[in-house]
Design a protein around this ligand. Structure first.
Ligand code: ATP
Ligand code: MG
Length: 450
């Protein structure tokens, strides 16, 4: 980083450190390792000059002035030419990018005061024309200039506001949430990928609920996840102390921050409740029969619209689909193995983590926590013990069955394999070649299902 700064300075350009790394340095983020910071640099050098100056560069966003410099160790540094504010008419991109020569004009076009600070790498002086440091110390998120104008220029900024509030634990300055609410019209024009990336970053916060609540208050939940806003005010009764929305937020916060996808699943896990609500026990509690299936379908549509990676879409929907776990200690080993088989070995850990977060977010079901722990223990024992949990774990495969029975490939082979798995889930001792092939002979041509 220092070498990159020096190279620019030696060539006669002005250069400053900006962005998230400066923010983290100023707030003295806990556990901060300066070497691991992702550096954003701003410079008076044009993108062409930057590309001339360094042997390895990537023209990441040359139109907007950004070049990625690959430092000798392989670290990357985003170097962006000082920019002034061009006009924004589409709420997405400035109509024209205007390069400027000084850092002050560049800071003026940034979104929030905490993001409008710059460090002079030569003197170590902090440039902070909008009071970002004071706002960070006071825990306030404030727009540079008029929030309404800033949000109307770029429809992503309201979502960034929620993200920064959550990740940095900031409270919105007065008027900020109202300005967000008045900018929803611009939001539709923002690309799905940019929205998705902000959501995933927000989910890495220790408590994403702070940002999610802002989004709900400003009317963005219905734009991002249509139908989820209907969970607000849906009473549940029974073990639930909270309405569906408040419960959802607690559940998100209860999930580990290390897995943003699981937080997304938590956000969506009860989305099907408003559509399935039915009063029970004289209105004292509400039943939500099949809400996990309805929720999984809603999640599928949202995740596709937001361009989540296909494997993440499938994984999240699967977790939502299976989040209702009706465990009792009466479950046999076979029941535990069937549960793992149904949920899938790749998702069962996440389902159990979500189930635990879910129970802890209900308010009146502390007695269920030991049960969730017990199921987790039993699932781990089955997996570590090497029990067969899917067709791939059987000691015979489709070829073995076809050769043994003298039958061609076809649905009959799959039917037999899944019946064999049934038998082995019940009794793992049956997972031997002799037993399974004998069973296959009996099943072939035998009764259909049942
Ligand atoms: P992080 O890297 O943790 O996402 P960051 O603040 O570094 O946070 P970047 O997207 O890397 O965010 O952008 C670097 C800087 O560019 C920001 O700190 C901000 O000053 C400015 N910036 C980024 N996106 C916008 C935007 N949509 N509107 C205005 N300024 C922005
Ligand atoms: Mg950054």
């Amino acid at each position: 980083m220092i070498r990159t700064c020096r190279a620019l300075a030696d060539a006669g350009h002005s250069v400053h450190l900006v962005g998230g790394a400066v923010r983290d340095l100023v707030r003295g983020a806990p556990g901060l390792v300066p070497e691991s910071l992702e550096w954003d640099m701003a410079t008076s050098a044009t993108p062409e000059k930057v590309m001339d100056l360094f042997p390895r560069t990537v023209p990441t966003g040359v139109k907007h002035g950004t070049v990625t410099v690959i430092a000798p160790g392989g670290r990357t540094i985003e170097v962006t030419t000082y920019r002034g504010e061009g006009g924004y008419t589409d709420g997405r991109h400035p109509d024209s990018v205007r390069f400027v020569s000084d850092i002050e004009a560049d800071l003026a076009r940034r979104d929030f005061t905490i993001n409008a600070m710059a460090l002079d790498p030569g003197s170590g002086a902090l440039l902070d024309p909008y009071g970002g440091r004071t706002d960070l110390d006071a825990g306030v998120l404030r727009a540079v200039g008029d929030p309404q104008e800033r949000f109307n220029e770029d429809g992503l900024r309201p979502l960034r506001a929620a993200r920064f509030a959550a990740v940095l634990g900031l409270d919105p300055a007065s008027g900020l949430v109202q300005a967000m609410a008045a900018a929803t019209g611009v939001f539709a024009r923002v690309s799905a990928e940019r929205k998705r990336d902000e959501i995933l970053k927000m989910m890495g916060a220790s408590r994403p609920s702070r940002g999610l609540r802002m989004l709900e208050q400003a009317g963005y939940v219905r734009l991002l996840f249509p139908g989820l806003e209907k969970t607000v005010g849906v009473k549940q009764g029974g073990w639930h102390e909270h309405d569906v929305w408040d419960h959802t937020l607690l559940c998100v916060d209860n999930c580990p921050a290390a897995d943003p996808r699981l937080r997304v699943a938590a956000l969506m896990h009860d989305a099907g409740k408003p559509a399935t609500a039915q009063a029970d026990e004289g209105e004292a509690r509400t039943r939500f029969h099949g809400h996990e299936k309805v929720g999984a379908r809603m999640a599928e549509a949202w995740l596709a619209d937001l361009r989540f990676r296909r494997e993440d879409q499938e994984w999240i929907c699967r977790v939502v689909r299976h989040h209702v776990v009706m465990y009792t200690p009466a479950w046999t080993g076979a029941a535990v193995r069937r549960f793992i088989n149904r949920v899938g070995e790749k998702t069962v850990g996440a389902v159990l983590t979500l189930a635990m977060a879910d129970v802890r977010a209900q308010g009146r079901s502390g007695h269920l926590v030991p049960l969730a722990e017990e199921l987790g223990r039993r699932v781990r024992e089955e997996i570590i013990g090497g029990a067969a949990l899917s067709i791939g774990d059987l000691v015979v495969n489709g070829d073995d069955v076809m050769v043994h029975l003298g039958i061609p490939p076809g649905p009959e082979v799959g039917r037999i394999l899944s019946r064999l798995l049934d038998e082995v889930l019940d009794d793992p001792a049956k997972n031997t070649r002799d037993v399974l092939l004998a069973l296959a002979s009996r099943l072939h041509g035998g009764p259909e299902e049942g």
